[in-house]
Design a protein around this ligand. Structure first.
Ligand code: SAM
Length: 230
């Protein structure tokens, strides 16, 4: 084996080790216990979704910049949101906020079909290209205002919102199946509660699982862009 080949192999090996350490130290220790979720976090390579200049931090315990002022969430937060969706494998999932596509890949491993909406076109295009190259064929991505949901493919078994807002966008409740679950950060611009909302017999049951800080959900039923810059 040549020198370059050896360095490349060593780098790949390091990422695998870092990934295993992340799952044990950041997820299992903090209570992520769903076996399917953990297996997926061992499988999906987070470094592939991170800009090259930050890749060395792919398995660190914090969010990272993905460009356009947006972030890929902390691994624990991605795992916590995923676990609370209670995915069994047969679900149709709507994700609002594709970002890098990492969470989208996790959802695609754990469910039947994933529909993901991203407001920033360049991020949507980049994630779509990457997920296709990685071989996912159960994901559809659309660039637009996700606070409106994605009516064409509704209703959904699960809805995950990966940006923070003041209240649950009404179209999302309408596009959720009876018995379905929405996971969403609700609060102000600086701090939110991660809420798990269940729609049962046309009633809404809400549980708060964790404090969190997400970038704002911007759109008709979210934050107003003018409000943020002004
Ligand atoms: N889950 C992503 C990942 O794994 O990389 C991280 C998502 S990032 C924290 C939140 C994303 O929500 C950003 O990419 C942002 O552009 C997007 N976003 C904000 N408002 C939106 C909206 N109304 N519709 C769709 N996406 C939106």
């Amino acid at each position: 084996m040549g020198f370059c080949g050896r360095i490349k192999r060593e780098k790949e090996l390091d990422y695998k080790k870092l990934q295993e350490k992340m799952v044990k130290d950041q997820l299992i220790r903090r209570g992520i216990s769903d076996k399917r979720v953990l297996a997926t976090f061992y499988k999906v390579r987070r470094e592939k979704f991170i800009p090259s200049e930050l890749r060395r931090d792919a398995y660190e315990d914090f969010p990272l910049s993905i460009g356009e002022g947006q972030t890929i969430s902390q691994p624990f937060m991605v795992a916590l949101m995923t676990q609370n969706l209670e995915l069994k494998g047969h679900e149709k999932v709507l994700e609002i906020g594709t970002g890098s596509g990492y969470q989208t890949a996790i959802l695609a491993e754990l469910s039947e079909e994933v529909y993901s909406v991203e407001r920033i076109r360049s991020l949507a295009q980049k994630a779509q290209g990457l997920l296709k190259r990685l071989g996912y064929n159960n994901i559809k991505i659309f660039s637009g205002d996700g606070t409106l949901g994605w009516e064409e493919y509704s209703p959904y078994d699960r809805i995950l919102v990966t940006a923070g807002t003041r209240e649950v966008p009404l179209p999302l409740v309408e596009q959720l199946k009876e018995g379905g679950i929405i996971v969403i950060p609700i609060g102000n611009l600086y701090s939110q509660d991660l809420k798990v909302i269940k729609k049962e017999k046309n009633r809404i049951k809400t549980v708060i699982v964790e404090k969190c800080i997400f970038v704002p959900l911007i759109g008709k039923y979210g934050w107003d862009e003018g409000e943020l810059s002004g």
